[in-house]
Design a protein around this ligand. Structure first.
Ligand SMILES: C[S@@+](CC[C@H](N)C(=O)[O-])C[C@H]1O[C@@H](n2cnc3c(N)ncnc32)[C@H](O)[C@@H]1O
Ligand code: SF4
Length: 451
């Protein structure tokens, strides 16, 4: 039996599974976490420690049809100005509650399109943040940049504020694919954005590209990857296009009959993957590639790779605070998510309250399963000794759990020496195998294709 037919037999081409950027996944959050719980977790942050901060900007001046991100289109500055004022108020509120002496290990601006802010607005936002949470030494400050929505002035403002990692959205360079996914962006626009970023001495450039787009073929994705390689990004995210038109209504513009089959998706991923490996990129987790010496490559090599809402990270902070509409915070005690609708979020902040809408309080079982899933997503293996030492779980009980999950994937899991490892040929199944450790109901969560 070929590997492909084995993967098919195990359901890879039919399953819809979470991407496991959290455990439990966000659809399992509930109203059990409110603003009081959020405040309580803020109070428990040790003074003078390092935390990370995510800022969500849910606006774009163009709304790409393929996009499943939480964002809304706007052509005028009014809503953006109002949102920035709310964000500044939220930052100030947080500052009044935070213990003293905290510093930022990581700061990430995401969206939507944070570069939709004017240069002055960017300075205002950075000043508001640093007044409350200054960057630590060696901190990483990253920003998601739409190459169509950036210019010298805004990049100067970001560089002056301390941005040292830029992440650009590429998706695909093929003009026909760009037109059916509603995202027109010439190679020259992307190249010039990359050049402007480098000209300002920004240490690291990331790029997002997609496989599984309508009309994509192996030849076309190979061509896109080769074009991307001319820009020499330090890090690449090769995401599988998630087609979820029942959730992201704008995807109804995408012709589903032009989408590749799941088998073809696997071929597209493999084609792109091989090109990155030939160009000496290191494979990181299920969908990232990084140059030797990049933070993710070092983290993977040294066993410190982690996964959070932004994907793979080398951030080991215990606390990640998410501000802005729909942002999720992670504390040692659990997750807290802000209200998703911008109007509701704004209303709460204007009342002088935190905007928490829902979340999840970790049980001991959640912590164990979260670590098992994270270890698989990051390292494709679980170290039984580490798990037993950390969670005090009995050897027999852990073995039984491993055997139960492995029995769903015959010949695909290596249980030798008491651990749990996914060998290279079975790696396309990683999210499905991780789901085996998930104790929650995933039936109505609208997840994306397993490959
Ligand atoms: C917030 S966007 C990027 C920032 C900026 N707005 C831009 O478009 O360049 C983050 C990334 O999510 C990915 N993304 C969005 N919708 C997706 C989907 N339906 N499936 C897979 N990835 C998606 C894209 O690769 C995109 O670059
Ligand atoms: S891909 Fe980027 S620019 Fe396009 S809609 Fe999504 S967040 Fe906005």
């Amino acid at each position: 039996m070929t590997i492909e037919s084995q993967l098919m037999r195990l359901g890879l081409f039919d399953a819809r599974v979470p991407r496991y950027t959290s455990y439990p996944t966000a659809p399992n959050f509930s109203a059990s976490v409110d603003e009081a719980a959020f405040g309580g977790w803020i109070d428990q942050i040790p003074p003078a420690s390092q935390v990370s901060l995510y800022i969500h900007v849910p606006f774009c001046s163009r709304l790409c049809w393929f996009c499943a991100c939480r964002t809304q289109g706007t052509r005028s500055a009014g809503p953006v100005r109002a949102y920035l004022d709310t964000l500044k108020e939220e930052i100030a509120q947080l500052g009044r509650r935070l213990p003293g002496g905290l510093r930022l290990a990581r700061l990430h601006w995401g969206g939507g399109t944070p570069t939709l802010l004017s240069a002055d607005m960017m300075r205002e936002l950075a000043d508001a943040i640093f007044a409350v949470l200054p960057l630590a030494e060696n901190a990483e400050f990253s920003v998601e940049i739409d190459p169509n929505e950036i210019d010298a002035g805004r990049l100067d403002a970001l560089a002056a504020a301390g941005m040292n990692r830029a992440s650009i959205g590429v998706q695909d360079f093929d003009p026909e694919i760009q037109s059916v996914i509603g995202r027109i962006q010439s190679y020259e626009v992307t190249r010039d954005a990359a050049q402007m970023i480098r000209d300002r001495g920004i240490a690291s450039l990331n790029a997002d590209i997609l496989f599984g787009l309508p009309h994509q073929t192996k030849e076309r994705i190979a061509d896109s990857v080769q074009k991307l390689l001319t820009l020499a990004p330090d890090r690449v995210a090769l995401y599988g296009y998630a087609h979820v038109p029942w959730m992201a209504k704008r995807q109804q513009m995408i012709p589903s009959e032009a989408l590749p089959t799941p088998e073809e998706r696997l071929g597209l991923f493999e084609t792109a993957r091989r090109l990155f490996l030939w160009d000496n990129y290191h494979e990181i987790g299920i969908d990232h590639f990084a140059r030797a010496g990049d933070g993710l490559e070092i983290a993977q090599r040294t066993g410190r790779l982690r996964r959070n809402f932004q994907g793979y990270t080398d951030d080991t902070s215990e606390v990640l605070i998410g501000l802005g509409a729909s942002s999720i915070s992670r504390f040692p005690g659990g997750y807290a998510q802000n209200l998703a609708a911008t109007s509701e979020y704004t209303g709460r902040i204007r009342e002088g309250r935190f905007a928490t809408g829902r979340g999840h309080v970790f049980s001991e079982d959640d912590r164990l399963r979260a670590r098992l899933i994270e270890a698989l997503m990051c390292d494709f293996r679980i170290d039984a000794a580490e798990i037993r030492a950390r969670f005090g779980i009995a050897e027999e009980k852990l073995k039984e759990l491993f055997h139960t999950v492995a029995s769903g994937f015959p010949d695909m899991i290596d249980l030798r020496s008491g651990g749990f490892a996914i060998p290279p040929h079975a790696r396309p199944l990683t999210r499905m195998i991780a789901r085996g450790f998930d104790a929650y109901d995933l039936s109505n969560a609208g997840h994306s294709s397993a490959i």
